[in-house]
Design a protein around this ligand. Structure first.
Ligand code: ZN
Length: 116
């Protein structure tokens, strides 16, 4: 393994947030996700707060079957870890106010993580 390869794999595991997956928890029937679903006008929702993925209108097993969706939410968990829960929520909301949900840089990163 060359020096560059080592660097690469380090970046990959950091970005995917999979370094310590045992710390992730999933909450079904979440009221937080229900409110987010109303705001986003979406029927099924997963929303991350800290290390917890909150689900609305989907089950834990259905969610876990959707690899892209799981990777997307794990990226958000990595973002929380990187910035800290409080800072990340402020930064995320600020980005959304400035650019809207879709062009929010944290959402763009999470969409890129879906196909890693
Ligand atoms: Zn997202």
């Amino acid at each position: 393994m060359g020096r560059d390869e080592i660097k690469e794999s380090g970046v990959k595991s950091r970005e995917s947030g999979l370094k310590r997956p045992e710390q992730v928890s999933i909450k079904e029937y979440s009221w937080i996700a229900r409110i987010a679903a109303k705001k986003l006008k979406s029927s099924t929702v997963a929303i991350v707060i800290g290390n917890t993925i909150h689900l609305h209108n989907t089950t834990k097993s259905d969610f876990l079957l959707n690899e892209r969706w799981v990777k997307h939410e794990l990226c958000h968990i990595a973002q929380y870890k990187q910035y800290g829960t409080f800072n990340f929520i402020i930064m995320y909301l600020w980005e959304t106010l400035k650019k809207g949900y879709y062009k929010n840089k944290f959402e763009e990163a999470a969409r890129r993580a879906e196909i890693l």
